[in-house]
Design a protein around this ligand. Structure first.
Ligand code: 3SL
Ligand code: MG
Length: 240
């Protein structure tokens, strides 16, 4: 098995990913919110790239069974039920419901990677569970960091490294790692051993400025859940 890592989301030709397990990582915060929503019993999650489309989907499905979630610039979109803080996707709110979500980078990346053989949503909170699932699937893995506003985001690189490290640690066979995957594992280990200060990085510090410090802590908790969300046919559900 080979693990490659893309530092930031960019459109890829379908044939590049049609035989791969792709893991999308937007650790701050879309991936973590989506994993939390699935963990808390959301029946399905509909990610949309566009905020207007999200509202239209809710209109079509009927408001009573839907939760409309999303952000732009980190802040809740006007008229939406909730923003993009993982803690907002509580059991009492999302249990048994359809969550329609639109975020600046994460949901755009999920859409753009839909031609993957299998498309999984990863973060720190499910790093070992997703690593084991990727090993079960036996295909080459491409970890795609969503990035922030078209830039590389160190938070995503650390989480990608955490997932790649978990794959290596749970594999019985030698795993072939590309150079950037090795870089991401090294950054994750530096974060883990407090040699790298993520709080100084751009997206992390912006979220703290906006008052979302608690989210940055939640998003970097490791192995909180075994839930692995999968995206297929326009919806995210629990991978079984
Ligand atoms: O870009 C995204 O998809 C969001 O996760 C960004 S934020 O953390 O909600 O600002
Ligand atoms: Mg992000």
């Amino acid at each position: 098995m080979r693990i490659d890592t893309l530092p930031q989301y960019t459109k890829l030709p379908s044939n590049h990913i049609s035989n791969c397990t792709v893991i999308v990582v937007d650790v701050l915060r879309a991936s973590t919110s989506i994993i939390t929503a699935v963990q808390n019993g959301a029946q399905q999650i509909v990610p949309t790239a566009d905020a207007g489309e999200a509202a239209a989907v809710v209109g079509r499905l009927g408001l009573r069974d839907c939760v409309l979630a999303g952000e732009r610039g980190g802040e809740k979109l006007s008229g939406f039920d909730i923003g993009n803080s993982p803690s907002e996707f509580s059991k009492s709110l999302v249990g048994g419901k359809t969550v329609v979500i639109s975020t600046t980078n994460g949901t755009v990346a999920i859409h753009g990677l839909s031609s993957a053989k299998t498309l999984l949503i990863g973060g720190m909170i499910n790093k070992t569970a997703i690593a084991k699932k990727a090993l079960e699937l036996k295909n080459d893995v491409l970890i795609v960091c969503a990035g922030t506003d078209g830039n590389v985001s160190a938070d995503d690189i650390c989480a990608a490294g955490a997932i790649a490290d978990a794959i290596v640690n749970n594999s019985d066979e030698t795993v072939d790692l590309t150079d950037f995957t090795r870089v991401s594992i090294a950054l994750y280990k530096d974060l883990h051993d407090e040699r790298f200060d993520l709080s100084k990085t751009r997206h992390f510090s912006r979220l703290v400025e906006l008052g979302f410090e608690k989210d940055t802590e939640l998003c970097f908790e490791e192995d909180v859940t075994d839930v692995v969300p999968v995206y297929a046919n326009g919806i995210i559900t629990l991978f079984r």
